[in-house]
Design a protein around this ligand. Structure first.
Ligand SMILES: Nc1ncnc2c1ncn2[C@@H]1O[C@H](COP(=O)(O)OP(=O)(O)OP(=O)(O)O)[C@@H](O)[C@H]1O
Ligand SMILES: [Mg+2]
Length: 305
């Protein structure tokens, strides 16, 4: 993709010796355009988080990228020094983690944690940071930001903690947000609210979103395109760049499963809505614009241990 914000090509990440297979991800390729929501969908253990962490430069020492490239606006992110990564991590690419309770600092008030993102990058004066914290808390739909910013994470509900994580990821208006299964730990109603929030934010801010999930129902609700990871091979296909959803090939399995999940999700939504007396929001209907990308690489570059 020529105008890609992010381009991951033939990424191979080795597992530590003694693991059940040599690679956590093998020849993974995908790209993200500005303003696009790309879903990476794959079963547990297929290497989705490893791919995300490789982009963020957050791989554990025991796991090494062995081949491939990760280009952000044309700049290679693989093999950078930690100092180089600190200059863009959180500023140009933000991340929303699966478990806000483990990602948030339990002994720091949530407002301080959001302000810290700005302080780390030396943006905003002290006063402007505080104002921005309030603005962000309100933007992600948290009630009474003035009071809430003084709360510790354990005082908040799971959905509220995830909103705080989203506020942190948005603090510096990154060009890309990577959301690694941000709704898995939440009940179905809260999940739908967080998905709607991510869609709303993406629409309002026009950033690119990489949305990682193993839930095909979630994909049906949020995806412009999807990239399908497979366990055992640990690889994902290259994106059908710029493909028109209506004409692009849809993998039969993904299509069947997503339709089934989507129908079920719609029913759940109707049940929730009836219970709450509200009509479901139209944009939460399954979008059905799911494109399955090539499941195997055509790359000549092989992973070498
Ligand atoms: N720190 C680590 N040390 C050793 N192996 C690891 C480490 N982190 C991940 N792995 C292995 O890498 C593989 C891919 O893991 P990863 O967490 O990326 O899967 P995933 O697709 O994100 O799964 P899930 O949907 O459950 O989050 C798995 O086999 C996992 O056991
Ligand atoms: Mg994961």
């Amino acid at each position: 993709m020529n105008n890609a914000l992010l381009e991951v090509r033939d990424l191979c990440v080795a597992l530590p010796s003694g693991a059940d297979r040599p690679f956590a991800v093998k020849n993974v390729s995908f790209s993200l355009a500005p303003g696009e929501i790309l879903c990476i969908v794959g079963e547990s253990g297929s290497g989705k988080s490893v791919s995300a962490n490789a982009i963020m430069g957050l791989l554990p020492d025991a796991m090494k990228p062995k081949a491939g490239s990760i280009l952000f606006k044309g700049n290679e992110l693989l093999h950078q020094t930690e100092e180089q990564r600190l200059s863009w991590r959180g500023k140009d690419i933000g991340m929303i983690f699966q478990e806000p309770m483990s990602a948030l600092n339990p002994i720091m008030r949530v407002g301080e944690q959001i302000a810290e993102v700005m302080a780390e990058h030396g943006t905003h004066s002290d006063k402007a940071r505080q104002a921005r914290v309030l603005e962000l808390l309100a933007f992600v739909g948290l009630p009474d930001p003035e009071r809430l910013r003084h709360s510790y994470p354990f005082r908040l509900s799971g959905g509220q903690r995830q909103r705080v994580m989203i506020a942190m990821a948005l603090a510096l208006e990154p060009a890309i947000v990577i959301a690694d299964e941000p709704t898995t730990a939440l009940d179905v109603t809260t999940q739908a609210q967080i998905l709607a929030l991510i869609k709303r934010i993406q629409h309002a801010m026009g950033m690119g979103v990489i949305f990682i999930t193993h839930d095909f129902g979630v994909v049906a609700e949020i995806a412009d395109r999807s990239s399908h990871g497979e366990r055992n091979t640990g690889r994902a296909g290259a994106g059908a760049a710029g493909a028109e959803p209506a004409t692009a090939s849809v993998h039969p399995a993904l299509d069947r499963r997503s339709s089934a999940f989507a129908r079920r999700r719609t029913k759940v939504w109707f049940r929730c809505s009836i219970a709450s007396g509200k009509k479901p929001a139209k944009d939460l209907y399954p979008c059905q614009r799911i494109v399955r990308q090539e499941a195997h690489t055509t790359s000549s570059q092989q992973c070498q241990l």
